[in-house]
Design a protein around this ligand. Structure first.
Ligand SMILES: [Fe+2]
Ligand SMILES: [Fe+2]
Length: 359
């Protein structure tokens, strides 16, 4: 496989392995009067090292001529080759955030050749040939010290895992169909939408805006998709957001079944299964929950509405005498599980008038 020149003096130098998680490695060459300075971005895992040595040959001769490495974060798929490359060129400098360095130094990198992003004024550095490189921290995307690198002259943003995607296809450049893999990758690896929103805001503030986003996995994003995927990313629920949602649903499911099992102990509710299966006159009832053997197994609507429907059913089915029993049992389950009672229980008529005892 050959290097692909993305823009002048910027190459994609990885290969494709037909795996779901393809790794990208990039090389940026800064040409100046006295020669060139070659910088590798996220040099990748050891299985790529032989390939890298071959693929860079027509561009820079050898990995010995890599003068610097920019590291996004500490994961093994990002950083392990940095140790080999620094052995080949002992003068090779590693640039990363301090948080990342604290971990990646353990792969055998030299303290003396580390430059912290934080040590540069204004989060930028002038590279040979009068080219600007801007550091863009993306806290918790997915590591707290993750750092994107923006090569201003090529307008390529090297974004690390952010905007990376699982590869359902093998395209080097993203198209509309790439979003699915990007979405899944972020849902798995990114912690929260808040972290994504902060990162996307920082990209939107870059001047000039990037023309290309070059992530460490999957396809390279360019053209209209840069803005389009950023907008989608801004609203994507991931990690903890999704976990919280599923927990919320489980909590409501648990509460409903707790209410049902407590009520069925009472002889007044011997027809509980009938109440549930009949679904009374409310034909929407059967569509909002799934029931098996007298237990609610899933919601087909949001948990709050489903709970409201079930309680409404129980009220209707139990008659006046059973209503207070349903209220009491439901209150116990809801409060016990910290579910806001809100409008879940019907207000009784008498509550509308204030008592006059304290007037
Ligand atoms: Fe990672
Ligand atoms: Fe990665």
């Amino acid at each position: 496989m050959k290097p692909v020149e993305l823009k002048k003096d910027v190459w994609w130098v990885a290969n494709r392995s037909n795996s779901l998680l393809e790794v990208n490695v990039y090389l940026r060459s800064y040409v100046h009067e006295k020669g060139r300075v070659n910088v590798m971005l996220d040099p990748g895992p050891p299985e790529l090292i032989m390939h890298l040595q071959k693929v860079v040959e027509p561009i820079i001769g050898s990995l010995k001529n890599v003068h610097g490495m920019l590291i996004n974060h500490q994961d093994p798929d990002v950083v392990l080759n940095a140790a080999f490359i620094q052995k080949m060129n002992p003068n090779c400098i590693v640039v990363a955030s301090e948080d990342t360095w604290r971990l990646i130094r353990f792969v055998g990198l030299k303290d003396s050749h580390f430059k912290a992003v934080e040590s540069y004024k204004g989060q930028r550095v002038k590279m040979p040939g009068n080219k600007r490189l801007v550091f863009v921290p993306t806290p918790f995307c997915h590591f707290r010290g993750a750092m994107m690198y923006y090569d201003v002259s090529s307008r390529i943003l090297f974004s690390g895992d952010l905007f990376g995607g699982l590869s359902y296809g093998q395209h080097l450049y993203a198209d509309e169909s790439s979003w699915e893999g990007i979405k899944t990758f972020h849902q798995l690896y990114m912690p929260s939408r808040e972290a994504l929103q902060l990162a996307v805001s920082r990209i939107r503030n870059l001047d000039p805006l990037p023309e290309m986003i070059a992530p460490q996995h999957g396809s390279i994003i360019r053209g209209d998709l840069v803005k389009d995927f950023m907008d989608r990313m801004y609203n994507l629920e991931v990690g903890l957001d999704l976990l919280k949602k599923s927990q919320e649903e489980e909590n409501y499911l648990g509460a409903i079944n707790e209410i049902l099992s407590e009520l069925e102990q009472d002889p007044a509710f011997s027809n509980l299964e009938d109440i549930l299966s009949k679904g009374s006159d409310d034909s929407s009832f059967t569509t909002v929950i799934g029931i098996q053997k007298g237990r609610v197994t899933d919601f087909k609507t949001d948990p709050h509405s489903a709970m409201k429907s079930v309680l409404g059913m129980l009220y209707k089915g139990s008659g006046a005498a059973g209503e207070s029993m349903v209220s009491l049992v439901a209150l116990k389950a809801l409060i016990g599980r910290s579910i806001p009672v809100g409008d879940l229980l019907p207000q009784s008529e008498e509550e509308q008038d204030l008592p006059d005892y304290f007037e």
